[in-house]
Design a protein around this ligand. Structure first.
Ligand SMILES: Cc1cc2nc3c(=O)[nH]c(=O)nc-3n(C[C@H](O)[C@H](O)[C@H](O)COP(=O)(O)OP(=O)(O)OC[C@H]3O[C@@H](n4cnc5c(N)ncnc54)[C@H](O)[C@@H]3O)c2cc1C
Ligand code: FES
Length: 502
């Protein structure tokens, strides 16, 4: 089951696909929070912009978030101080504070009813072993002058060893927020929005970007902002080596427990992120966590089950009304990529690598891309530049890439099932005459067969029976059971094989 609380009452009308060639000043590729806010900010500057989305707006990662708006990104500040020093860490903090203020102001100015609620945000641990990390984070907050609450008195339904809080953080209903912004953008002379329009490639030549669409049409623009989650234009840039795809799971249900309402996340594994949200005339509990690398789990059901068990045990949580899951990318130096895709293509801007904290990072990214396009000075330009070196000079970068090669070779030596027989609602990978196929039978008995080799670098895909997707264990490309591309470096669909009836 993949049913997101944020998308279940989605109310935007469908925008048409782009079926002609087009010329604009800026083309924004990807209709998630980053693409929509980028378009909105450029609209305010009077720029002619087109926003193109391969599916429906907000149905990528954005529609499957937890919706916390906090500067407290796990134990990020001690890690940034260690890796990047005080000055850069302060810039990271300031840029997220600005983004947070922007969201609050925008909600007030446009009077958006998006369940924006201020809360104290807490990181906590139930493990004595993690206390030194919590103490280090306190020291980092002191260096950065972040006001904090250390071990405040809380009414929680479980024992904790340590808690660190930051007041005046928030959470919201991201889809309600973005729907209101899209409605602001509709019917504006110089803003064009297209859905069901897939981009295949972008080229920059002589100060002009040409974007090639799957349907053969082209868009010419002075700038492209690639906010497609994974950058579509990766032929020569090898972002797949620098972005680690991490899945996470969310359940939401009614609960029956009094506790200090706040936004919580623990610092040990498995992750437990906790918040509540108004739903109908009550509140529901939202639990997220169970992160793992894309394609690296044998049983997705168990992740939902573990979250539900946790909810039931501590919060008397009911059966989940909503369960959803998706992936987000992490970089190896903990900073997102925002800026020119490479030194030779200064007009192709990309943003990615939000490490599951993209609600604020997307917003600062939209601000930074706007400033690059308008040639305005922006203090965060160098910090987030995708051309920096710090991202590769890490042990984790090497381990990740070696493990990708390991899967590429190792999975070929594994034994796969050889039987084509399959129950309705199930999928699997089989080996037939030395080749790997993915087979899925829907509830009505229709069978879908695809080549189970990732079009990116030929790793063998895994089948995810909870989401009915093919997931690549090497660099996180994902496809639905029909083989249609969803996310990741592969960009193209899987090859479909016609199922013949016996
Ligand atoms: C389970 C989970 C919980 C999270 N919780 C939080 C949280 O509480 N707080 C927080 O700050 N962050 C959170 N995040 C992170 C946050 O949700 C993401 O960082 C953010 O939504 C990313 O937005 P985006 O616009 O960059 O990407 P997306 O929303 O994925 O948008 C990209 C869009 O581009 C489109 N696209 C892709 N390829 C093409 C193409 N070739 N042509 C045209 N369009 C294309 C996609 O269809 C998609 O709609 C969470 C992430 C996960 C996985
Ligand atoms: S995403 Fe790289 S091989 Fe699949």
């Amino acid at each position: 089951m993949d049913r997101s609380l944020w998308l279940h009452d989605y109310e935007l009308k469908e925008f048409p696909p782009l079926e002609d060639d087009l010329e604009v000043y800026v083309l924004v590729i990807g209709g998630g929070i980053t693409g929509i806010i980028s378009t909105y900010l450029l609209r305010d500057e009077g720029v002619k912009v087109a926003l193109i989305e391969q599916k429906r707006l907000m149905h990528g990662t954005t529609g499957f978030t937890t919706g916390k708006l906090t500067i407290q990104h796990d134990i990020i500040y001690q890690e940034l101080l260690k890796k990047h020093g005080l000055e850069k860490t302060r810039l990271y903090l300031d840029s997220h504070l600005e983004a947070s203020q922007f969201i609050k102001n925008t909600i007030n100015e446009l009077n958006i009813a998006c369940d924006y609620e201020e809360r104290t945000s807490f990181i906590y641990t139930q493990s004595p072993k993690e206390i030194p990390k919590l103490i280090k984070e306190v020291e980092a907050y002191q260096q950065l002058n972040i006001p904090y609450l250390e071990n405040p008195p809380l009414n929680l339904p479980f024992a904790v060893e340590g808690v660190l809080g930051v007041t005046n953080q928030a959470h919201f209903h991201v889809v309600k927020y973005l729907q209101a912004i899209v409605k602001e953008l509709e019917n504006q002379g110089d803003i064009y929005i297209y859905e069901n329009t897939k981009v295949l490639h972008v080229k920059e030549e002589d100060d002009i970007c040409v974007t090639f669409l799957e349907n053969g049409r082209k868009v010419r623009s002075r700038y492209v902002i690639l906010v497609s989650h994974y950058p579509v234009n990766d032929t020569l840039n090898s972002y797949f080596m620098k972005l680690k795809p991490m899945m996470a799971y969310v359940v939401a249900a009614y609960y029956d427990k009094d506790f200090t309402d706040g936004d919580y996340i623990n610092i040990e594994k498995p992750t437990r992120s906790i918040r509540t949200h108004p739903y109908q005339d009550k509140r529901i509990l939202i639990l997220a966590g169970e992160g793992h690398q894309c394609g690296h789990t044998s049983n997705d059901k168990k992740h939902y089950q573990n979250l539900s068990d946790f909810g039931r045990m501590y919060f008397n949580m009911d059966t989940p009304l909503f369960m959803w899951s998706t992936q987000d990318y992490e970089t190896f130096d903990k900073l997102p990529y925002i800026g020119a895709i490479n030194k030779n293509n200064p007009r192709i801007l990309l943003t990615t690598g939000f490490k599951k904290w993209g609600m604020l990072t997307s917003t600062l990214s939209a601000m930074l891309c706007r400033d690059i396009i308008l040639n305005k000075k922006n203090a965060y330009h160098d910090l987030y530049s995708p051309c920096r070196l710090t991202d590769k000079l890490t042990g984790k970068f090497f381990v990740y890439n070696i493990s990708g090669v390991g899967r590429l070779i190792g999975d070929r030596l594994k034994t796969y099932n050889k039987s084509w027989s399959i129950e309705p609602g199930k999928g699997k990978i089989i080996s037939f005459r030395g080749k790997k196929y993915g087979i899925y039978k829907d509830e009505q008995g229709e069978t879908y067969i695809v080549k189970a080799i990732c079009p990116h670098l030929k790793c063998i895909l895994t089948f995810n029976n909870e989401h009915k997707t093919y997931d690549c264990p090497c660099h996180g490309s994902r496809f639905n059971y029909k083989g249609e591309y969803l996310d990741g470096p592969a960009i193209v669909n899987l090859k479909r094989i016609k199922a013949t009836k016996k």
